[in-house]
Write a protein that binds this ligand. Structure first.
Ligand code: B3K
Ligand code: ZN
Length: 833
């Protein structure tokens, strides 16, 4: 295996040199691109040795102050001795963008050149101090064939462009804002362009440009609206204005992540730009707005103030996810928005923390940085910021943000700097709160009620069990938001391991709605009665509490079923659903969530050991109970909402159709055929697949025929192929379909990633055998994409003995001399001990 050495936060040292300016020249050729990098260096201490990072580069020449030098290589770094305090270094390298299937550094996507440098991709372009605390002013000249690549883009403002000999042309860009190299970007291609403009609060006119594949300009309109809304939102909410003459977004089909916030030139996965009613679902529209906002917001939280080192990633990611969540609730917010955010934490993040990849939101050690773009750093990081926001209040949080920018604009800083700004602006002590940055794992919050002589109170205690990375844990300050049904709301601030709160005098014991709005990323242990849970499910005013109450009832029921027993929770759950389905409709988004049977993945989170067959059977049984007992009322509600042209109604219709797929077989078929938009069509198709209906083959075939030319839509088809029952035996055929492409991570994630993450057939002997062939092939093409999909397999110790053995053998088999550093780090952790 290609092992990377582990780096530790504790070993941070300031760089030995600073680079104030970097002049880059790219002579673009498909397989032989030449990069000339001229750096203005100064010593940052006394060490004369300049050590530059570089990977997969062909070194052509090195000159220091105009004189050729012969550098030496040490541990993969290029080492140059610099005697003087400052110097000019010129390095020429050659790279092959066409052979670059890892999609890091400079590569080709379709017919275009593009880059991805975060976290450590710039070292695949030239030898450099590839670390976020080296900030330089970039000037970039791009040279390419004019016919093939009419548009030449880089960061900042365009300063010059012109013709060259041999049908070539050039463009020179200058970015006045010093930035780390991970924010560098270059694009060359032949795109359709959607333009607009935005005038900032202080009157600066900004040109907005979105570059997309030919013929798809109109599909960028939604992204453009979202961009303008984001720019205004950040001015109104945080007083933050854009700072260059233009803001560009390029949509490419080959991309490892969602998008990238390069200064002035965001590069996006086309999936998060292109949309219209026929090809994108309501959820797609919302995701696009959220990601456009996220990347735009990085201009301040990430670019103007960046990270000192990669351990601080949550400084920009947790904060920016929190900001995009706030934006989303203003832009398209519904009661389901927060419920979905909580679901991400409770299914994916809690699982990550319970497995071999457990790490604090500020990790302590990292081998392959790309493995740490995790739900912990991003989403738990955002929950930590949300708690801070709650603690300080809106005005206090804003004051903290203002101080953070005042102190640190133009700097590379740490998470401590951020929390200190929040503390100083509000004159509060947040030293204990910083524990959230240091400690991994999920606090278990135990709630005990006190009910004596008409006095009601709560005894709260917290305990974080040890995780794979950290044995010792302590209590963390956490907000516990509650509602006493019919008596109002409150937020209890738990500071210690155990605390008692008196809540007043009542005639009858009140019903407690715990953890309103998912006020802290904790697991709740609360022996509340089944009847109270049913009451919460129907009546609590907080949407999260209602969905959570349903889950807590189902958890009791499924636990009993797994033991071969029955449980009264079944009747209560059905009765509450009946109540919800027959009352006047007030919140379709919320009902859409309540009428979903939790996924097997969500159920896995309820138990330490995973009885996969038991959970699959339990889920089927829940679905059939709902169908048998509630068909009439659910069908009435379905009839009532199915033709309403409104987003909430569409969400509810899709949930009901999924529940009733089997008895409504013809209805599913008709709904698919008569669909007026992708939300309806995809909803019907998904219902057919979920119910494993006889007509699902015909519908899938129809879908593939209708949309074969649209890769983003075909990803939906690939996902359903990965999810459906009988997926494994059809894999060969699906992979031969023109929609599938081994080199495109959207395609492989849709099919293979979905299969691993959601399909119980993955956990069969044949499933493991198939993965043992597929994963090494994928790893050789794109390590990052492969590492991002194996997460569920790393949880192998939680399965039954047979699957444990099968998974262990699979994971061990993946450890070969050819395994990438990305995958290797995960396998090493999973198999340790
Ligand atoms: N900052 C990028 C992610 C880069 C991923 C590197 N493997 C996107 C984002 O979070 O906005
Ligand atoms: Zn981000």
């Amino acid at each position: 295996m290609a092992n990377k050495p582990v780096k530790r936060l504790a070993d941070y040292k300031a760089p030995a040199f600073l680079i104030s300016a970097l002049d880059l020249t790219f002579e673009l050729h498909d397989t032989q691109t030449r990069v000339t990098a001229v750096s203005t260096l100064t010593k940052n201490g006394t060490d004369p040795l300049l050590r530059l990072d570089g990977e997969q580069l062909e070194l052509v020449s090195v000159e220091l102050d105009g004189k050729a030098v012969t550098p030496r290589f040490e541990e993969g770094q290029l080492v140059i001795e610099v005697a003087k305090d400052s110097a000019t270094l010129k390095i020429v390298t050659q790279i092959d963008p066409t052979a670059n299937t890892a999609l890091e550094g400079l590569y080709r996507s379709g017919g275009a050149f593009c880059t991805q440098c975060e976290a450590e991709g710039f070292r695949r372009i030239t030898y450099f101090l590839d670390r976020p605390d080296v900030l330089a002013v970039y000037t970039t000249k791009v040279i390419a064939d004019k016919a093939q690549y009419p548009q030449l883009l880089s960061n900042g403002n365009l300063v010059e462009s012109g013709e060259l000999e041999g049908g070539r042309h050039f463009a020179t860009w200058h970015d006045p804002h010093p930035k780390p190299c991970y924010l560098f970007a270059l694009v060359a291609g032949d795109f359709d362009l959607l333009e607009d403009s935005f005038t900032t609060a202080s009157g600066r006119d900004v040109l907005l440009q979105i570059f997309v594949d030919k013929g798809r300009r109109v599909q960028a309109r939604h992204a453009m609206e979202a961009l303008k809304f984001s720019m205004k939102w950040d001015e109104d909410t945080y007083g933050l204005e854009y700072d260059l003459d233009r803001f560009m977004i390029v949509a490419v089909d080959f991309f490892n992540m969602g998008a990238m916030e390069n200064k002035g030139l965001n590069i996006f996965n086309a999936k998060y730009v292109l949309a219209d009613d026929d090809t994108a679902t309501d959820q797609d529209f919302d995701n696009i707005a959220a990601i456009i906002a996220h990347e735009y917001f990085h201009n301040w939280t990430g670019n103007r103030v960046t990270c000192r080192d990669w351990f601080q990633l949550s400084l920009k990611e947790g904060l920016t996810v929190f900001r995009d969540q706030q934006f989303s609730s203003d832009w398209a917010g519904s009661s389901a928005t927060r419920i979905k955010e909580a679901q991400v934490i409770r299914t994916l993040q809690f699982a990550e923390d319970a497995g071999p990849m457990s790490h604090p939101i500020r990790p302590l050690e990292v081998a392959e940085m790309n493995n740490f773009y995790t739900v912990t750093v991003y989403n738990k990081g955002a929950e930590v910021i949300r708690m801070l926001n709650g603690l300080l209040g809106k005005a206090g949080f804003r004051a903290g943000m203002d101080l953070y920018f005042k102190r640190h604009d133009g700097q590379a800083v740490t998470c401590d700097d951020f929390v200190d700004a929040m503390a100083d602006a509000n004159d509060v002590d947040l030293s204990r709160f910083k524990g959230w940055y240091r400690q991994s794992g999920t606090p278990v919050l135990t709630v005990r009620e006190i009910w004596e002589n008409g006095h009601y109170g709560l005894k709260l205690s917290q305990l974080t069990p040890p995780t794979s990375d950290q044995a010792e844990k302590g209590p963390l300050p956490l907000p516990f938001a509650i509602e006493l049904l019919g008596h109002g709301k409150d937020v209890l601030q738990l500071q210690d391991a155990e605390q008692t709160f008196a809540l007043g005098q009542f005639d009858e014991k009140p019903i407690l709605a715990p953890l309103c709005g998912f006020s802290a990323p904790v697991k709740l242990v609360f022996e509340q009665s089944d009847d109270e849970l049913a009451a919460l499910m129907e009546k609590a005013s907080d949407g999260f509490v209602r969905v959570d109450a349903a889950e807590r009832l189902l958890q009791r029921l499924v636990a009993a079923w797994l033991q071969g027993q029955e449980h009264p929770a079944l009747e209560l759950w059905l009765r509450s659903l009946h109540g919800i389905a027959t009352r006047p409709l007030t919140d379709a988004f919320l009902d859409a969530e309540l009428f979903k049977v939790p996924s097997v993945n969500a159920m896995q989170g309820w138990f330490e050991q995973i009885d996969l067959d038991g959970l699959v059977a339990a889920r089927q049984r829940l679905r059939s109970q709902v169908r048998e007992r509630l068909f009439a009322v659910l069908h009435d509600r379905y009839q009532m909402v199915k033709d309403v042209k409104e987003k909430g109604a569409r969400a509810l219709t899709n949930s009901l159709l999924t529940l009733l797929a089997e008895p409504l077989e013809q209805g599913v078929f008709d709904r698919y055929q008569q669909a007026r938009n992708m939300t309806e069509r995809q909803g019907a198709l998904a219902a057919a697949v979920a119910g494993d209906l006889a007509n699902s083959d015909a519908l899938l075939a129809d879908f593939a025929e209708r949309f074969e030319d649209n890769p983003q839509v075909m990803d939906k088809w690939l996902m359903l192929q990965g999810q459906r029952s009988g997926a494994l035996k059809r894999m060969g055929k699906v992979m031969e379909h023109s929609a599938f492409n081994w080199n495109n991570p959207n395609r492989t994630r849709a099919l293979i990633g979905t299969f691993i993450a959601t399909n119980p057939e993955c956990h069969t002997e044949a499933g493991y055998q198939w993965l043992s062939e597929v994963l090494p092939k994928l790893d050789a093409i794109n390590p990052q994409a492969t590492a991002r999909m194996v997460g569920p397999l790393l949880q192998w110790r939680r399965f039954d003995q047979k699957r444990r053995q099968g998974l262990e053998a699979l994971l061990k088999g993946l450890q070969t001399p050819h395994t990438s550093a990305d995958l290797g780090e995960l396998l090493g952790k999973a198999l340790k001990g």
